[in-house]
Design a protein around this ligand. Structure first.
Ligand code: RIB
Length: 335
């Protein structure tokens, strides 16, 4: 493997000069700089980014922690954050915790060992254990999508209670009273907040909450299939279902087809997230749209600002974005 020595020989300069060009630590004339850069390409030398970071304290890398890279919601967030990060000179390292706190902890240690400049954390759930691992190292970070109790740092969140309310209110306004809710992963606050919004809409319209109409999923496709089957097996079947994310709603759609239950004629169905597939399934899914673009851009912008001004004490930025109803084909009035 080519070394810095090979570059110096090829360019006809000292190793010190090559190092100053790579690390931009001293003025080097354009003529010499071009010779060194060409020699780097000719010999195929790749500077050790981590070693460089250890010297300068900056590796121009950001960690992005997500709970499930197979969910388009997180994939869409990752794409925007990576694109904006790269445009600003940062490489983004994607860590998929697979909903496992121990794996999330392991990735936090890995990111720390790579002298990461900052982290965007979409956590497995709201336990403070892993959040404190990051805080202890004094690494700039931003909490996104999933909040922590009494957390006073930088956050970019969506008003999930309002989203649950909008979904349920929409179904009530269509005349539905037998409305079920498929909740997402337990102790994940976006799901519990959406359920609170569902309850608020029912209460506001004096519709009693039927415990049989609450089924727990895990935000994944298969749990939507099982939840739908459970709800269809009820003697007093619901006429409408609010699924706390689109992946579970799409699972419900698939199960409906195999059970020969017609959506929306027999049961209306509404999701949450507005992932790209929501408009591609049949019937196209009515859902609650999360402002994924805005959420992602705010998160990366706040983090880069924190990294580049890490010696300044700045008040925490707490962004709360509103979701919006996206009406498509999967809901009908209850006659
Ligand atoms: O679809 C995954 C869900 O988990 C989204 O609703 C998002 O808010 C995350 O918390």
């Amino acid at each position: 493997m080519a070394t810095i020595n090979d570059v110096a020989k090829k360019a006809g300069v000292s190793i010190t000069t090559v190092s100053h060009v790579i690390n931009d630590t001293r003025f080097v004339s354009n003529e010499l700089r071009e010779k060194v850069n060409q020699a780097i390409i000719d010999v195929g030398y790749y500077p050790n980014q981590l070693a460089r970071g250890l010297r300068s304290g900056v590796t121009a890398t950001i960690g992005l922690m997500i709970p499930d890279n197979s969910n388009p919601f997180f994939a869409e967030i990752s794409k925007i954050i990576e694109t904006v990060g790269f445009e600003n000179g940062y490489s983004v390292i994607l860590c998929n915790s697979s909903g496992d706190l121990k794996k999330e902890a392991a990735y936090i240690e890995t990111l720390m060992s790579h002298q990461i400049d900052g982290i965007i954390l979409i956590s497995v759930n709201s336990t403070l254990e892993n959040l404190n691992r990051i805080k202890e190292r004094n690494i700039p970070f931003v909490v996104v999508d999933r909040d922590f109790p009494q957390y006073d740092g930088d956050t970019v969140l969506v008003n999930n209670e309002l989203g649950g309310y909008l979904a349920t209110k929409y179904l009530i306004d269509l005349g539905h009273k037998k409305i079920a809710c498929i909740e997402g992963s337990s102790n994940v606050n976006p799901s519990s907040d959406r359920f609170k919004g569902y309850l608020r809409a029912l209460e506001e319209s004096n519709i009693p909450f039927n415990k049989q109409y609450l089924v727990r999923g895990d935000f994944e496709y298969q749990s939507g299939e099982g939840a739908f089957e459970e709800l269809c097996s009820l003697k007093d079947r619901p006429t409408a279902i609010f699924a706390c994310n689109d992946m579970m709603a799409i699972g419900a759609l698939r199960k409906a087809k195999s059970l020969k239950v017609h959506i929306p004629e027999d049961i209306s169905l509404i999701g949450f997230d507005n992932i790209s597939f929501a408009s591609a399934v049949s019937p196209a899914l009515t859902t609650v749209g999360q402002p994924i673009q805005e959420l992602s851009r705010q998160a990366i912008s706040i983090l880069i600002n924190k990294i580049q001004n890490r010696d300044d004490v700045q008040p925490a930025k707490k962004i709360l974005l509103d979701p919006e109803l996206v009406i498509r084909e999967s809901c009908l009035p209850q006659n």
